[in-house]
Design a protein around this ligand. Structure first.
Ligand SMILES: Cc1cc2nc3c(=O)[nH]c(=O)nc-3n(C[C@H](O)[C@H](O)[C@H](O)COP(=O)(O)OP(=O)(O)OC[C@H]3O[C@@H](n4cnc5c(N)ncnc54)[C@H](O)[C@@H]3O)c2cc1C
Length: 313
């Protein structure tokens, strides 16, 4: 069987694309390894339109229920491991292979694989991951009650993590690579006014994480003076942005220098015929749930129009 469209990803992008593909009666399959997307770890999402406040967990459940309510839409819980062009004429077809050993053919693809957290790639990071090193304060801050912790990153994610941690930890530090914070000044003021906040180390990079079974400290360097120092720490939260999950499609579509899929934003098209994308995997400027869902609608409608044209020819 050849699908009209295969949608990959169960975040806001994949969910919105699936609902629209199903309502357009495309022969559609959604493949995802989980539901909800990156904000599943959030306790409070306050900007998802239609819900004044919702947890990431509840939002994920709503996504799954909405997907399962679509007549005709097939769903597979699996991870896509490879995508290749399997036919050129009369029109391109794509073959999808999953880690579970399944293969499928499709006329169009809607890519909604999103993004993952960027790492520091320094000695000790992997070794002490989940042993003091963490990437989500919303999820892990409660494990650091009365502990001395630091956050790396002065963007909004870093500042919000520091704020989350101040509710639990005994001391919180912030490491920032440059001499200015990129995040919201209001949040920066709030954390700096907190008695448990011990300071921002500007122009500073963390170079090593040390410990035994658990992390016990870090080494850091001031990039202006080249002075290297150590600090004892129970936890280090790394909040330095995200990278797109585009490795499996880089041979098929054009990507930018950080691997984001380059889109024609009017229609959600990529450089490859029949491949559409939306959300955090793309070069969309603002990475947000509502934007991902909206752009996914555009991609699904474009996929519908593309399939319709193939049938006319
Ligand atoms: C901690 C945190 C809190 C956030 N809070 C907010 C907020 O309050 N409001 C807001 O608007 N935005 C928030 N965001 C941003 C928002 O979560 C993202 O913009 C949004 O999730 C992007 O949606 P997406 O569907 O494109 O990608 P993702 O959410 O990354 O979803 C991708 C999906 O694809 C699946 N997947 C990936 N690769 C494969 C594969 N090979 N095979 C099968 N499945 C695959 C993943 O498992 C996942 O289900 C937050 C982000 C984070 C990290």
């Amino acid at each position: 069987m050849i699908y009209d469209t295969i949608i990959i990803g169960g975040g806001p992008t994949g969910t919105a694309a699936s609902v629209y593909a199903a309502r357009k009666q495309l022969k559609a399959l959604l493949i995802t390894d989980s539901f909800g997307g990156q904000s599943v770890v959030s306790n409070d999402i306050d900007n998802w339109i239609g819900d004044i406040r919702i947890s990431g967990f509840d939002l994920a459940q709503k996504f799954e229920a909405h997907i399962k309510a679509q007549p005709g839409l097939e769903t597979l819980i699996d991870k896509v491991s490879a995508i290749n062009r399997s036919q050129e004429t009369p029109y391109p077809l794509y073959e999808i292979t999953t880690e579970g050993g399944k293969t499928f053919q499709t006329k169009t693809l809607i890519l909604g694989m999103g993004a993952h957290r960027r790492k520091l790639n320094i000695p000790g990071e992997q070794e002490f991951s989940a042993k003091g090193v963490a990437y989500c304060a919303t999820c892990d801050a409660p494990f650091f009650g009365d502990k001395k912790v630091a956050v790396v990153g002065g963007g909004n994610a870093g500042l919000e993590s520091a704020l989350d941690l101040l509710a639990y930890a005994s001391e919180v530090y912030l490491f920032n690579r440059t001499d200015t914070l990129k995040g919201d000044p209001g949040t920066a003021e709030k954390i700096q006014a907190h008695p448990k906040f011990k300071g921002i180390l500007y122009n500073t990079i963390v170079t090593e994480i040390t410990g035994e079974t658990m992390m016990t400290g870090i080494t850091y360097t001031n990039t202006q003076t080249q002075e290297t120092q150590s600090m004892t720490l129970d936890g280090l939260f790394i909040e330095i942005g995200s990278l797109p999950n585009s490795d499996i499609v880089k041979h098929l579509v054009d990507t930018n220098e950080i691997g984001e899929i380059i889109l024609d934003h009017k229609y959600g098209t990529t450089s490859a015929p029949g491949i559409f994308a939306a959300g955090d995997i793309t070069d969309e400027a603002y990475k947000q749930n509502n934007i991902s869902a909206g752009d996914a609608v555009k991609a699904a409608l474009s996929a519908y129009s593309y399939v319709h044209k193939l049938e006319e020819n």
